[in-house]
Design a protein around this ligand. Structure first.
Ligand SMILES: Cc1cc2nc3c(=O)[nH]c(=O)nc-3n(C[C@H](O)[C@H](O)[C@H](O)COP(=O)(O)OP(=O)(O)OC[C@H]3O[C@@H](n4cnc5c(N)ncnc54)[C@H](O)[C@@H]3O)c2cc1C
Length: 537
């Protein structure tokens, strides 16, 4: 009657190996696969033995150990587990691929791993319906045979579809909203309902549930609008800061996708644009550029050999080389400046064109283990930026390079998106709104604990403090997957007040209270910054 219910993640995401895990002691919990067993039989644990599962997020910045870890494979199992946890007031945090830099999906009190629900259910017209544990890469692959693809992508495709939308993940493009905006229907398992409920765009709750931060229920099924598969012509070029600032409006209008990579302490801004092949209607599509790897990597390799003549750099990719360089002295201002100059040279030698399917070019190398923080702020309309995007960057860089002399690793990435109708999206706003997303980074280039701690202190201290200060007049809010726990009571209060004014928290928390009356789905971070819905006045 009972089938052994494994407490291991059976299928670690192939390209997200960094989300490592270890499981201690033999699993002793059993899960009934039958929906018809008596409720108290749905989960059975031998309380004499404890099984613990330890997870590490992709960035290598957060770990969690839990003795309550579920891996369902069917919607019925999700329903049974949610009901069991609801009865026992047991925390059950929905978890995707654990890619979120702040580990927003972690809860040591209990987690529900969705990787086992990864079926592509159907493709109908231009819409795809998938189980929420399907990874973005799987969905793209399945769409290929239908000559379809997703409307936009984040820089990595190993997220689960549930994780992608629940935090409001985005790509870049003036007219392209974050991915949650393309959801047309959701199926949600909530503690308040014994069976999954379907929520469509017509439902008044829909725009709260699309970016629900895992607090409103377990998303088990998602229907998303797709677009015809297309090739993009990617153009990478390097300009001065002056030109990047002066031409941003022109380039935003001209290019379907555009991102800037600002390289601190250099006058180089790497611009990457992507446009459909059809843009060149006269047939004069640019010729792809063939790079000599030797030529391209020379500035990085020269610096590395200068620092250590005996180093073996054979086979190292760009991200590994940058890590190897920074590792010599990642907080030394002069050293970081040298690394950044070498990186700028690398990009100058990488200028040119390539033509590939959209799902290949819209992903890019994000580097190794790292601290990141990304904020989003409104910057005018889709027709015209109001200049906030460039004003923000100028202020940020001035503080980094002049006032605080922060050893800022490269790049500082800037992207744009249209508004999202999801009420909890950082890019929520008028239908015609334009938003800019800016992300800072500090790599953790070695396993040296002392060095990692020092980088962490610098990043979460002076660097994030400055970013926070710059963002205030722009009403910049954090990407939900990159918002770390405030370091002091004062910061916490500031953040709570800001979030209350920036988001409809009252409405969101009221819905949490309705769908999850015992608040089993949230984790301590969210209860801290959003409040505990059981305490609503
Ligand atoms: C290298 C790298 C590059 C990235 N690039 C981008 C980028 O370009 N743009 C961007 O916006 N973000 C980016 N991110 C952040 C990342 O896209 C998000 O954190 C991501 O969407 C998380 O997906 P996940 O499956 O790993 O979810 P997790 O991190 O496991 O969980 C994220 C949240 O979703 C909830 N959740 C997950 N599944 C479900 C479900 N089925 N039902 C209910 N709630 C659920 C969790 O409770 C949690 O709140 C990047 C992250 C990394 C590591």
């Amino acid at each position: 009657m009972f089938q052994r219910f494994s407490f291991h993640i059976r299928r670690l995401q192939p390209s997200a190996q960094k989300a490592a895990l270890a499981t201690a002691t033999a699993a002793t919990c059993y899960y009934s696969l039958s929906r018809h067993v008596e409720p108290h039989h749905t989960l059975f644990c031998d309380s004499n033995e404890t099984t613990t599962t330890t997870l590490l997020n992709w960035s290598g910045t957060h770990a969690v150990t839990t003795s309550h870890y579920w891996e369902p494979e069917t919607v019925e199992q999700v329903e049974a587990i949610v009901q069991h946890c609801q009865r026992h007031r047991q925390t059950l945090r929905p978890l995707g691929s654990a890619l979120s830099p702040n580990a927003i999906g972690f809860a040591s009190e209990g987690m529900l791993q969705m990787a086992g629900l990864d079926r592509i259910i159907r493709v109908e017209g231009q819409q795809v319906t998938v189980q929420a544990g399907a990874r973005v890469s799987q969905v793209i692959e399945a769409l290929r045979e239908h000559q379809l693809t997703l409307p936009n992508l984040a820089s990595i495709a190993e997220q689960q579809m549930g994780g992608l939308i629940q935090v409001g993940a985005h790509g870049t493009g003036r007219t392209l909203a974050p991915l949650d905006a393309y959801v047309t229907q959701l199926k949600l398992v909530t503690p308040a309902h014994p069976r999954a409920v379907t929520i469509t765009r017509e439902d008044p709750l829909f725009h709260l549930c699309t970016v629900g931060l895992g607090c409103l229920g377990v998303v088990v099924e998602i229907t998303m609008q797709c677009v015809p598969a297309h090739e993009l012509v990617e153009h990478t070029f390097v300009v001065s800061r002056k030109e990047a600032i002066e031409r941003v409006q022109e380039w935003l209008q001209e290019h379907k996708h555009m991102r800037y990579m600002w390289i601190p302490y250099t006058d180089s801004v790497v611009v990457v644009t992507n446009n459909p092949r059809e843009k060149w209607s006269d047939g004069s599509v640019p010729t792809p550029t063939v790079f000599s790897r030797e030529e391209q990597f020379r500035p990085l390799l020269d610096l590395l050999h200068e620092l250590d003549p005996d180093v073996d750099a054979i086979g190292m990719g760009f991200g590994e080389l940058r890590d190897a360089l920074l590792a010599f002295d990642p907080l030394n201002l002069e050293h970081v400046q040298r690394c950044n100059r070498a990186e700028a040279e690398f990009w100058k030698r990488s200028q040119g064109y390539r033509i590939r399917p959209s799902d290949e070019v819209l992903q890019f190398d994000c580097g190794g283990q790292q601290w990141v923080w990304e904020v989003c702020f409104p910057t005018g309309t889709q027709e015209a930026t109001n200049g906030n995007d460039m004003a923000y960057m100028q202020k940020l860089l001035q503080g980094i390079e002049e006032t605080h002399q922060i050893p800022a690793h490269a790049p500082i990435e800037q992207r744009w998106s249209a508004s999202s109708p999801s009420k909890m999206s950082p890019a929520h706003g008028d239908a015609n709104g334009l938003h800019s997303w800016v992300g800072i980074i500090a790599y953790l280039p070695s396993e040296d604990e002392r060095q990692r701690r020092q980088i962490t202190d610098m990043f979460t201290g002076i660097y994030c403090d400055w970013m926070r200060q710059v963002g205030q007049p722009f009403h910049a809010t954090s990407h939900w997957a990159k918002l770390e726990r405030p370091a002091s009571m004062n910061r916490l209060i500031d953040l709570q007040l800001f979030l209350q004014q920036r988001f409809p928290l009252h409405e969101f928390n009221a819905l949490r209270a309705k769908l999850d009356p015992h608040n089993i789905l949230a984790n301590p971070l969210l209860n801290l910054i959003l409040g505990d819905p059981r305490n609503l006045d």
